[in-house]
Design a protein around this ligand. Structure first.
Ligand SMILES: Nc1ncnc2c1ncn2[C@@H]1O[C@H](COP(=O)(O)OP(=O)(O)OP(=O)(O)O)[C@@H](O)[C@H]1O
Ligand SMILES: [Mg+2]
Length: 677
């Protein structure tokens, strides 16, 4: 099938093939009498496409044009909904997506992309095409203009007419035009002025002008009014201004969009030179517009690629999060065992050599505990609490914690706090974690440099935002590293010194607070991290965070320890017995229930997740049958992240031990229970 639009389709189709995976494309063009559409080009083999007319009633092309969005038809040939389905099936389409191409509100055509395999075209492809449909429409319009609008060429212009529409280099297009004008018409001086979408001139090309004339042109460009005059529609001739500054020939794009204008003067032009110039200007206008469209498509394509990469990254992170949280959970129980038994052994040991080794074990397992906690934090992204926060208090608090270490390493601390900072809502511990990590990073970085070391902490409030800036005089971060520091597990620190999770976690926390974290760094000078938090209105009842009250009331009590992990049961038994408690154990919920119903206990420490009757089930049954025991439960858990777990603790108010726990926490939690009864 050969049509005037056969060639323009080539460009459109090659764009589409680059954007979406498909092996069939057809273009349906609206008929001028509104009676429907006609297929005006097809890929891969236009000639074999059935020459059909698509009606305006009952066709998918008409449907998508009326509703202005795309539609996916899968498994063509099984059931027929639309008029053109059979023809598409005959042309090898098994799936097809229809996307209308609108330009400035006017339908240019409907593009039909398809695949020769059933159910292989993705809905994503339609969304992708819809996103660029404006551009495709413009591209189509411009190409059609090339194919149809060109009047017969006088022989002298033929080489130009062949070359220019194919040219992709803006500079070559414009220079080519000016050269051709000088050669073909005898005009001596010509200026091509290009306009942007707001009719502002942004680029000039000249031929035959002296330097002073060029200067003059730049100094006194044409007035807006004069420019408007050039493009005024409906005049007989396109040429205006046959005055001192020469003739002006406008360059129109599709829908008479002004693209630029030519100014011609001097020389001894041939009598019929104007139609030739107008013809060439028309060809150049098409080439210019296509050039702009291609640029826009390129921009759009790279924007889409970026979005795709971000999505992929997010998917990868969430899979990684699941893996990490699984591994961290598995490590919790053995780690609690190692820590606890080492502490116990230390207490009973009298051999000084063993003492040192045991201390090592405790210290290293604490490091593991820290890593596991970080991993779980990374994977879980718990919901942030919303409490009233004074950011200045928080900063000072963090400094109190760190100042001793910083001073030991000769770091001068320079606080610069805005005393009028408003309060905001947030999670105290999470923001503290963010600041601690940034300060730790700065501290570690400054250890690499000799000379003056200073840490500036600045707080400011501005337009509903609280800004915290932490600046160090460390070695700075190279641009290559800078782009990676927020990636999880990216670290440049020696093994054991960093897991590479600090900044990735911090970024997650700050984002959850509706804020932003940024970094600026100059190699050899230092680094500034900026944390911005939105100011959220604090209502009076939202009391400031207070440190939990702790009581110590150790006396001899009877305690039941329930856990399906033997190492935890053994550990708790030993620890609690060592301080004088009487300890019973159970390794399942069922066993525990029997014991609780038959024996009085002062406290029950139970694992939450157990096969069979789990912690929550055990608690429910005990509350039912022995309600006085309800306030005596402490639960141990490896993870607070699950909604069910959080709900459970909120509803019951039961205290919990987060695995791996240290012995001090176990004792202080128990003493809270004992002090209640
Ligand atoms: N102030 C800084 N100056 C120089 N480099 C820094 C600074 N802050 C961060 N970095 C670089 O960013 C990397 C990532 O930091 P991040 O806090 O995420 O992980 P980490 O400190 O290596 O390990 P973790 O925080 O998990 O213990 C660091 O290893 C370091 O290379
Ligand atoms: Mg860190």
């Amino acid at each position: 099938m050969k049509t005037a639009a056969g060639d323009p389709c080539r460009l459109l189709f090659s764009e589409i093939l680059r954007l979406v995976p498909c092996d069939r494309i057809a273009l349906a063009m609206p008929l001028s009498d509104g009676s429907g559409f006609r297929i005006c080009g097809a890929h891969p083999d236009g000639a074999s496409f059935p020459d059909i007319q698509i009606p305006s009633q009952g066709s998918c092309a008409a449907h998508v044009a009326a509703h202005r969005h795309g539609e996916l038809l899968s498994a063509l040939g099984t059931e027929t909904h639309y008029a053109e389905e059979e023809a598409l099936y005959r042309a090898g389409f098994r799936d097809a997506a229809f996307v209308p191409l609108f330009l400035g509100g006017e339908l240019q055509g409907v593009v039909i992309v398809g695949r020769s395999e059933v159910n292989s075209l993705e809905a994503r492809s339609i969304r992708c095409l819809e996103k660029v449909s404006g551009l495709l429409a413009a591209l189509l319009a411009a190409s059609l203009q090339t194919a149809t609008a060109a009047p017969p060429c006088p022989p002298g212009v033929v080489p130009f007419a062949r070359r220019i529409p194919q040219e992709e280099d803006l500079e070559k297009i414009c220079r080519g035009l000016l050269e051709a004008i000088r050669e073909r018409t005898g005009v001596r001086r010509a200026v091509l002025t290009l306009l942007d979408s707001e009719m502002k001139s942004y680029q000039w090309f000249f031929t035959g002008l002296s330097d002073s004339e060029i200067d003059e042109l730049h100094r006194a460009p044409l007035s807006d009014e004069k420019q408007r005059e050039i493009f005024k529609a409906g005049r007989d001739s396109s040429v205006t201004g046959e005055g001192a500054d020469g003739l002006h020939v406008p360059l129109f794009g599709t829908r008479r969009r002004p693209l630029g204008y030519l100014t011609l003067a001097g020389g001894d032009p041939a009598r019929d030179f104007l139609p030739v110039v107008e013809l060439m200007a028309g060809l150049v206008a098409v080439a210019l517009e296509r050039n702009q469209l291609l640029l826009e498509i390129k921009r759009e394509r790279s924007r889409m690629q970026k979005i795709q990469e971000q999505l992929l990254h997010a998917e990868r992170l969430s899979a990684l999060g699941q893996l990490v949280s699984g591994v961290a959970h598995e490590l919790n129980n053995p780690l609690a065992g190692v820590m606890g038994f080492a502490e116990l052994a230390m207490r009973e040991n009298t051999n000084p050599r063993c003492e040192r080794d045991l201390q090592r074990i405790v210290k290293e397992s604490q490091r593991c505990q820290h890593i596991v906690k970080n991993l779980l934090n990374f994977a879980r992204r718990t919901k942030a609490e919303r409490r009233a926060l004074s950011i200045n208090d928080l900063v000072e608090n963090v400094l109190d914690l760190q100042s001793y270490q910083l001073k030991l390493d000769n770091v001068k601390i320079l606080p610069d706090l805005d005393r009028d900072l408003p309060r905001t809502l947030g999670d105290y511990h999470q923001i503290q974690q963010v600041l601690l990590n940034i300060i730790n990073n700065a501290h570690q970085a400054m250890q690499e440099v000799d000379g003056e070391r200073a840490l500036v902490l600045r707080t400011r409030a501005e337009e509903g935002v609280i800004r915290i800036q932490i600046t160090d005089t460390g070695p700075g971060i190279s641009p290559a590293r800078l782009s990676r520091i927020f990636e999880p597990f990216f670290t440049t620190k020696a093994p054991g010194k960093g897991t590479g999770l600090g900044l990735s976690l911090s970024q997650g926390i700050v984002k959850q607070h509706g804020g932003e974290i940024r970094v600026d760094s100059v190699v050899g000078k230092g680094t500034t991290f900026t944390v911005e938090l939105p100011v959220r209105e604090v209502k009076e009842e939202e009391a400031p965070e207070s440190v939990a009250r702790q009581e110590a009331a150790d006396a001899s009590h009877t305690i039941l320890v329930v856990d399906d992990e033997e190492v935890i049961v053994d550990l708790l038994r030993e620890v609690l017995a060592a301080v004088g408690h009487k300890v019973e154990t159970a390794q399942s919920g069922e066993q525990a229930l029997d014991k609780i119903l038959s024996t009085p206990f002062d406290a029950v420490i139970s694992d939450l997740k157990m096969p069979g009757l789990d912690g929550a089930g055990l608690y429910a049954q005990v509350c039912d049958q022995k309600p006085e025991m309800a306030g005596r439960f402490v639960f141990s858990t490896g993870d607070l992240a699950g909604a069910a777990t959080q709900d459970f603790f909120k509803k019951t108010g039961c205290p919990y031990l987060l695995k791996p726990f240290d012995m001090e926490t176990v004792r202080s939690t128990l003493s809270r229970i004992f002090s209640r009864s």
